[in-house]
Design a protein around this ligand. Structure first.
Ligand code: PLP
Length: 228
């Protein structure tokens, strides 16, 4: 299947899921997760009308951003971010979904150039409590959100999670529902109106949409299996 055909299928899945749970058509955005894929694959997706790309490795992403300069692309950083690489994200990305500590948020705000709009951010939550995954503990994220929301060069948009892999749809939904409830609790506690729930991937995007995802991050479904 070509990337164009695969993209059309993913868009169809999203549209069906929106209808199935009574959400407005077009209320869920698609992030094409292009990590490990060659620039030619991004060009194919671009030609098929995809303008939002997600990357997980800083150096690889910088090479692609340079190669595709001049195209209308919104770049999202979604991988674990070491402090010593934060400047590149602050200077070259529109979004960062993987903020997992207060110190990283402060650094990104300090490093975001004045000439750019605020970096759009999500706080990553370790929603299934897995030792191998990064993210704020669910009980710690609300306190951090209060301070992060006031940083000058960041705009806190919402929460992101990568729940434990789960084939049972009810259990998939339960994890996504917990993320939504946390978002609602943060809104209430800090008087915010966070508009983004970054949740759902190739294997579970329908469950995420049913629980309120506003942006799904899809790699395999668009570009095929990754080698790594
Ligand atoms: C790789 C990745 C995805 C995409 O996963 P697929 O199962 O290939 O759709 C989504 N989100 C994050 C944070 C990722 O690292």
């Amino acid at each position: 299947m070509s990337i164009e055909q695969a993209l059309a299928r993913v868009r169809e899945r999203i549209a069906k899921a929106e209808i199935a749970c009574g959400r407005a058509p077009g209320s869920v955005d698609l992030l094409a997760v292009s990590k490990t894929r060659p620039v030619a694959d991004l060009r194919a997706a671009l030609a098929a009308g995809q303008h939002r790309f997600g990357e997980s490795y800083v150096q690889e992403a910088l090479d692609k951003i340079a190669a595709l300069a001049g195209h209308d692309i919104e770049w999202h950083f979604i991988g674990p971010l070491q402090s010593n690489k934060s400047r590149a994200v602050a200077e070259h990305f529109h979004w960062c979904h993987s903020i997992d500590r207060l110190k990283l948020a402060r650094r990104l705000s300090d490093q975001r150039p004045d000439t750019l709009p605020p970096l759009q951010i999500c706080l990553q939550v370790n929603i299934s409590g897995e030792a191998s995954k990064s993210g704020f503990a669910p009980e710690a994220v609300a306190a951090a959100a209060g301070e992060i929301a006031s940083l000058p060069h960041l705009q806190l948009r919402g929460l992101m999670a990568i729940p434990a892999r789960e084939s049972d749809v009810a259990r998939q939904r339960a994890a996504f529902a917990r993320l939504r409830a946390l978002r609602d609790a943060i809104d209430k506690e800090h008087g915010l109106a966070l508009d983004t729930l970054s949740m759902g991937m190739t294997g579970d995007l329908e469950a995420a949409i049913a629980e309120g995802a506003t942006l799904v991050r899809v790699g395999t479904g668009i570009f095929g299996e990754r080698d790594r």
